[in-house]
Every structure is written in C-alpha cells, then in structure tokens.
Ligand binder design. Structure first.
Ligand code: SAM
Ligand code: DTB
Ligand code: SF4
Length: 332
C-alpha cells in the first residue's frame, strides 16, 4: 500500500498538516484527491428522517432531543411503503445512496427494528446503497442489518473525546467507539465524522481527526458537518462556522485519509456556490441532496444540479467500490 494511506498518524503530524497555510493546504489536499479519486465525481446521498424527535439524549446541538423546545414535529417510525416511495424519488433525482435516520439513543430488538430491516431490504433491492443512522448498535443488530443488505452505518464521533462531555452527557465516547466496532465486525462500511462549530478548539478538531485517521481501517466515509444552530437547543447562539475552518477541516481529512469519501454535510444551505466549490477543491466528494437534511433545510435537487453543471461535477454511480474490486479481482 502506498505511503499516503497510513493509520499511524501522530497528533503532532496532524497538527502540522492542519495549520499549513491555507492555499498550500488546499493544494496538497487537491493533489492527493486527484491521485486517489476521480475529482469530477461527487457522491449524492439523500437523507430521510424515518423517526423524528422525542429523543432521550441530551446532545446540545440536536433539535430532536426531547428536552429542548425546538418546535419540530415529533413523528413515530414511518411505514415501509412511505419510506420506499421517498427512496424511489431520491433515486429518480439522481441519488445513489439513501440514508435513513432515527432519533433513537440505541436500537432495541423489537418490531420497530424489524420494520427498519424491511426498509433496508427494500431500498437495497432498488439498487441504491443503503445507509442507516439509528444510534447505538450491538454486534447482533449490526449483523441483522448487514443480512438485510445495509451498505453503510453512520455514527459520528462529533468532536474530540475531551470536548464530548461538554456536548453530551447521556452516553460516552467509548459507547460510540464500541458501536463503530460492532459495525466493522458485521462487515458494514463505516460512515463516521463530526461537527464543527460546537465551541471546540482547533486542538479538539485535530484530536477527532486523529481518532478517525488512526482507526485500523479508515472510515469509508467521513461527514464534516457545520453546526446548524437551532433555536431552543443550548447551542442556538453559537457563531456561524467560518468557511475557512470548513475548508481547513475538509482538506486535512482528505490528506489524512486519501481514499475516504469526505462529505460536505450539514451547513450547505448557508454556503455560496463559490464556498462549496472551495470545499470540493479541498477534497470533499460527497454531499447530502434534497431540500431537507433530517429536520433542517438543505439546497434542493434543482439548485444542486445547477451547481454540478456549473462546476462540471457528475454524480458518482452506486456500488462503485465493489465494482472496482470485482474488476481488479477478474483482471488479476
Ligand atoms: N440518533 C442517532 C445518533 O445520534 O447517532 C442518529 C441521528 S443523529 C441526528 C445523526 C448526526 O446528525 C449526529 O451525530 C450529528 O453529527 C448530526 N447533527 C445533528 N444535529 C445537527 C446540527 N444541528 N448541526 C449539524 N449536525 C447535526
Ligand atoms: C451526518 O453526519 N449529518 C447528517 C447525517 N449524518 C445523519 C445529519 C445532519 C443533521 C442536521 C440537523 C438536522 O437536519 O436535524
Ligand atoms: Fe438523539 Fe441522535 Fe439527536 Fe443525540 S443526535 S439527541 S442521539 S437524535
């Protein structure tokens, strides 16, 4: 394996990369991006909140925590047919990955979970990569999801271990890591990233990137979210994330994990096309599309299509990694 793909990054090395003068940093990230990925290609994922609000956790950024008054519409787990019709619409609009999110602390072995398994099966049969984000999972549950056809599981570290306690008290960093382990053991790909704008320091960001980049296998996708401040949450008045911080974070992630899909996630609604173009230049190669993330607004399909046209970007095909792998196997 090439020297660029490493799991032994030292915190001091990451610090040096992160603090590289901005244009030099973007140049380095763009060069590695070009070496390992097709830079014209951006993965288009659609999110759907299949169970909304009423969550028992106290994540300070989250509009879905029951304890904050955010005025969102609480909704029980959706029916399978309704979810599949959303997935079809997303597919028709050009999405190749469909991610279903539930405001749960953890998955329980009950009828709701059985229904989610049916949804996973249905979306997989439609030929899309299926992703779920349902909170904590046991190894058994991860295996059930894998059997149903789950392609990826999203579970974010959100911030550094040290800053985590300032943001969430109802679960621990090691709970998060344990779920990620269970996902790996089940052979499902890992989607794991974080949020900037939570009041963390540069060191916290560097530490989070260190945890991600020193995993035995890099996560296949790393979402970088900018905090979407929501009225009623403790972080409602946090300052808007500086675009240069977003670019720096994406570029550093790209350099540390050259082959990973780095997703320009929450926060695009407040970014201009020029700002998003800088993020793609710095190595972002995935987005969430559709006019809603889970509960907050996001640019619509038409707006993004126009941006893709303007920047000369094309949506990435589904299951590309697997196809490439099969191709290499038959060539060998
Ligand atoms: N309940 C599950 C969990 O916490 O793992 C899954 C859904 S949760 C809403 C998924 C992720 O959305 C969180 O880990 C966080 O990174 C992100 N998120 C939630 N609220 C956000 C906000 N206001 N701004 C940016 N990202 C947010
Ligand atoms: C991720 O990293 N970002 C997405 C997805 N994974 C689940 C969620 C963003 C949520 C933003 C706030 C909201 O819309 O509720
Ligand atoms: Fe619940 Fe997930 Fe929101 Fe935390 S981030 S309050 S666990 S829905």
């Amino acid at each position: 394996m090439s020297n660029d793909i490493r799991n032994n990054w030292l915190p001091e090395e990451i610090e040096k990369v992160y603090h590289t003068p901005l244009l030099e940093l973007v140049y380095r990230a763009a060069s590695l991006h070009r070496k390992y990925n097709d830079t014209a290609e951006v993965q288009v994922c659609t999110l759907l909140s299949i169970k909304t609000g009423g969550c028992s956790e106290d994540c300070a950024y989250c509009p879905q925590a029951a304890r904050y008054n955010t005025g969102i519409d609480v909704q029980a787990l959706m029916q399978k047919e309704e979810v599949l019709s959303y997935a079809q619409k997303a597919k028709d609009a050009g999405s190749t990955r469909f991610c279903m999110g539930a405001a749960w602390r953890e998955v329980r072995d009950n009828r709701d979970f059985d229904r989610v398994l049916e949804m996973v099966k249905g979306v997989n049969e439609m030929g899309m990569e299926v992703c779920c984000t349902l909170g904590m999972l046991t190894e058994y549950q991860a295996k059930k999801l894998a059997e149903a056809g789950l392609y990826a599981y999203n579970h974010n570290l959100d911030t550094s271990k040290e800053h985590y306690e300032e943001i969430i008290t109802t679960r621990t960093y090691s709970d998060r890591l344990e779920t990620l382990d269970n996902v790996r053991k089940a052979g499902v790909t890992v989607c794991c990233g974080g949020i900037i704008g939570l009041g963390e320091s540069h060191t916290d960001r560097i530490k989070m990137l260190h945890t991600l980049a020193t995993m035995a296998e890099h996560p296949e996708s790393v979402p970088i979210n900018a905090l979407v401040p929501v009225a009623g949450t403790p972080l409602a008045n946090n300052r808007k994330v500086d675009i240069w911080d977003m670019v720096r974070m994406i570029a550093t992630a790209r350099i540390l994990m050259p082959r990973t899909m780095v997703r320009l996630s929450a926060g695009r609604n407040d970014m201009s096309i020029a700002e998003q173009a800088l993020c793609f230049m710095a190595g972002a190669n995935s987005i969430f599309a559709g006019d809603k993330l889970l509960t907050t607004p996001n640019p619509g399909f038409d707006e993004d299509n126009a941006m893709f046209q303007l920047l000369g970007l094309t949506p990435r095909k589904a299951f590309k990694e697997e196809k490439q792998f099969l191709h290499e196997m038959t060539d060998a």
